[in-house]
Design a protein. Sequence first.
Length: 420
Amino acid sequence: MRANQILLLLLGSSLFAAPASAQRQPACRPDNGGLTLPPGFCALIVADSVGQARHLAVAPNGDLFVSLSGRTGGLLALRDTSGDGVADVRESFGAGTGGAGILLRSEWLYFSPNDAVVRYRIPAGGLRPVSGPDTVVSGLPTGGHSAKTIAFGPEGALFVNIGSRTNSCQAQDRTAGSPGQDPCAELEIRAGVWRFDADKLHQTQADGRRWATGLRNTVAIGQNPADGQIYGAVHGRDGLAQQWGTFYNEDESADLPSEIFARIADGDDYGWPFCYWDQNRRQYVLNPEYGGDKNTAGRCAPLKSTPLLGFPGHWAPNGMMFYTGSQFPPMYRAGVFIAFHGSWNRTPRPQDGYKVVFAPLPGNGGVPKFENFADGFGGGNNNAAQHRPVGLAQGPDGSIFVTDDRGGRIYRILFRGTGQ
């Protein structure tokens, strides 16, 4: 037998074949896993009760790599070998290093514990690392908003979200009437996005560069393949009525300030802690810690970093992805999906969030609108919700995976057509 014939036989063998999950679409659950979806869409549950599943990355063959937070933490690899859509192979590694951000880049799996970014080498088709973890960045600040999330950018850039330690940089955090610190010292090392070299090991924060500032906590961060730029959805502040009841009633505080979605460019300033975005007025407003009265723009008026979208307050955006597949209808191929973790402080209004929304991106300078895409994860408040969405990732077939850090569930959403 000739060498090329042997090679073809090997390539066709099960040793080299892609997992069944990448070869055909499985059947959805009759109840869509409890989700409410637009017509033509359906869902299944890939895995359940896996722990506090945060973000995820999908390999070209359909394998999933999931970051886990909490005391044990680490990373979980999932594979479906039967083609029914349910992961029947699980591999765990990196225990004891709970974290959030996770990305695949060639044979490297990048993962961000709360104080660092590390990477593992996982050959194509593998579920476990053959080396690592190698430290890319260490010594990142923790406390307050500790979770680090990451995105790749042009020219080997690695962008890291470093959230604020406090709610609004008050002298006494979350204390009624306490003034804001001015200047806010934590802006030097927190409440922004930093740029590092994705290929360089043993960096510290001092080796990176602050790319953008005034971003309280950009847990949802990613690169748009269409323009190569970095975008993020940002958590707004809490407690306007609780800490500044002279100016805000509870109903106003439930809806303000906006959670924003924005393009994050070099040198941008989005105003925290001095300013917040009022989605109803579509303008920046001065925070009461710095002399605001819910109407005054003051020092916020010159800000030029205008959000693309403003969402209701306290929904907590934690994951985002730009859709590039061909499985979904054309309307989804020029927009962004954002996963919201859900609110705990919208009283007296009902708690809200706990959903995935879709928004087309503007091509003509107009104001984009968003719509609910996947709902039904949970309700009540963050203690009562059964499931809380966090991460989003696109599969090789164009389906979408969603993680849940409350029930430890991994969903997969597919489009089967409105005629089925």
